[in-house]
Design a protein around this ligand. Sequence first.
Ligand code: P6P
Length: 335
Amino acid sequence: MAKRISLTRYLVEQQRVAGHIPSELRLLLEVVARACKSISQAVNKGALGGVLGSADSENVQGEMQKKLDIIANEVLIEANEWGGHLAAMASEEMEGIYVVPNRYPKGEYLLLFDPLDGSSNIDVNVSIGTIFSVLKMPEDDRGVDEGDFLQPGSHQVAAGYCVYGPQTTLVLTVGDGVAMFTLDREQGSFVLTQENVRIPEDTKEFAINMSNMRHWDEPVRRYIDECLQGKEGPRGKDFNMRWIASMVADVHRIMTRGGIFMYPWDKREPNKPGKLRLLYEANPMGWLVEQAGGAATNGRQRILDIQPTQLHERVSVILGSKNEVERVTSYHSTL
Ligand code: P6P
């Protein structure tokens, strides 16, 4: 049982005792956590807050935006732009980067986020979440531009998500394992409820959108087909399936009890490497999973080793229990 300390104390100890994070990064993470609390309040109001439904606009991905998508994005921008710890931000909801205005001091960090992932679930009261990733500005002291964000996931200095479900839970890594913090609404603060999170290396639970089965590449079809054969098949055990269609919720289940999550390339849009975004979905989730003893690949290489070429680049994602991810990845190399 983790000792019941606040997120603030945990981060101060990570800074002071473990020497893992400088004070500027600690401040950044505190601000992001406060922004997640505000988003949680807006999400929890639902229809009472007039925040459900479509915003009648499209994001850079050409997807219909929900009102809460825009609210969450604005909350994160406004919370982080004045503190002096950031040079710029990037968001699923914005085409280009957001450079901290000159009226505020600029810092050495870059913040990337999907402000409200799984937003198709908002109106049906299913868990959604915020995903964030922190990079450092490259050393040279010229101005910040989009190219500064195009760093492999292995360069992240912090990553996390906040899942807005029955509990609001912040899950965070700064490279020293994974810790989980549950929002105590009476105190208004995140409290440490689990540290040293470990994902079991084996699992009997897979998460994939089965309606896309006819579009998958052969290695994925082989893996899922073997799972569906259960005890009588080559795996010799029965499997269970889950698909919440909210990456944060599916990944949180895996962080909590193991499993494998897959959103692989499929032939519906063959020129797209996958549906999910590399910089602010796959990279932060991939680092969290690895820090908890799991694995994350695109079927052929480690997600965190991929050199991005575009801000909103998409990627095929296979992540979770190490032995299952390695099995699926091996199928990609044998065919
Ligand atoms: P599908 C949500 O829109 C999202 O980006 C992820 O959170 C989720 O895992 C996936 O898309 C769901 O996609 O095609 O099953 O609706």
